[in-house]
Design a protein around this ligand. Structure first.
Ligand code: SF4
Length: 329
């Protein structure tokens, strides 16, 4: 098992398949994009499949979420998911995506073994979408969401980040849209993971503000039926249920004490936390002919050194060197 010195066990593996993205969301990267990883440094599909297999068979990983960058940019995504789905015990397999191109691929991903999907959608206004992402692709995202639901990747979850003076007034409209379409919405507090290092705590829309905005139109009540466990989202019943809304208050209500996550970057580095300041290199081990047990041992050591929390609220907090697109959200 992957245990740390605070008694937590990592069972949820987040795998970034690429640092590239076809959007330029301002909370993630600058409009001109970033210096992407050179292709030889990115794990091949076979290398990803091997590491996922080691995680599942030798280290107790029970859930695998593929992410990025934008994972739909990987042409071999279906094969990577199929390889994970063939493992025993069979892990839960999910995908976090911006939804562009999902309309063409949702059914194939489901057939390969994808169980669940999270699609990022921060606004329903085309002009705000353009301003936030520097691309005119809102209709593609909405079609992707519809295709995911039609393919049975349910409940389709929608991730939204609210930003001051941009889309901060859209909380009720986003929830209305998701309720109408049967999607489960979760708001995420913006975190200091942007490549530009422009995040300011005072400008962040807090969970309290989100609750206040939603309360003007909806009645939110405790969701006692759903146990939170290690889930980042605190969920609430909307207007008595069964519809739900979630809030991921990573900054103002951290949940690191129950964290069960470990991350693999697109270039084969293990990160024991989204905000880790160091990584362990599995790619070089793979490429030097190491055995599965040698890879597993380095992976265990990486998780053992996990800190108790992200420390965003400490004066000494330092943002990770790598931005979210390189770490995997
Ligand atoms: S910040 Fe790190 S420790 Fe906290 S929940 Fe996220 S990954 Fe886990």
């Amino acid at each position: 098992m992957l245990t740390d010195s605070y008694g937590r066990i990592a069972t949820d593996l987040r795998v970034s398949l690429t640092d590239r993205c076809n959007l330029r969301c301002s909370y993630c990267m600058p409009p001109e994009g970033l210096d992407w990883l050179p292709k030889p440094e990115v794990l091949t599909g076979d290398e990803v499949a091997r590491l996922v297999r080691i995680g599942v068979e030798a280290l107790g990983i029970r859930e695998v979420r593929f992410t990025g960058g934008e994972p739909l940019l990987r042409r071999d995504l279906v094969a990577i998911i199929a390889a994970a789905a063939a493992l025993s015990p069979r892990p839960e397999i999910s995908l976090t995506t911006n939804g562009i191109g999902l309309d063409r691929r949702a059914a194939a991903l489901r057939d390969a073994g994808l169980d669940r999907i999270n699609v990022s959608l921060d606004t329903l206004r085309p002009e705000v979408f353009r301003k936030l992402t520097h691309r005119d692709r809102l209709d593609d995202v909405l079609s992707g969401l519809a295709a995911a639901a039609a393919a049975g990747l349910t409940p389709v979850k929608v991730n939204a980040v609210l930003m001051r003076d941009l889309n901060e007034d859209e909380a009720p409209a986003l929830l209305r849209y998701c309720l109408d379409h049967g999607y489960e919405l979760r708001f995420i507090e913006q975190m200091p993971l942007d490549a530009q290092h422009g995040w300011k705590r005072a400008e962040m829309i807090t969970a309290e503000e989100i609750f206040g905005a939603l309360a003007r139109e909806f009645a939110l009540s405790d969701d006692s039926e759903r146990e939170r466990g290690a889930a980042p989202a605190e969920t609430f019943l909307v207007n008595g249920g069964p519809a739900r809304v979630g809030v991921i208050a990573s900054v103002t209500r951290p949940f690191c004490g129950a964290c069960d996550r470990v991350r693999l970057t697109a270039d084969g580095q293990i990160r024991n936390c989204l905000f880790a300041r160091s990584e362990r290199d599995l790619r070089s081990l793979l490429r030097s002919g190491a055995t599965d047990e040698e890879v597993a041992a380095r992976w265990r050591a990486a998780v053992a050194a996990k800190l108790p929390g992200h420390g965003i609220n400490d004066p000494s907090f330092l943002q990770p060197d790598r931005p979210m697109s390189a770490i995997g959200g």
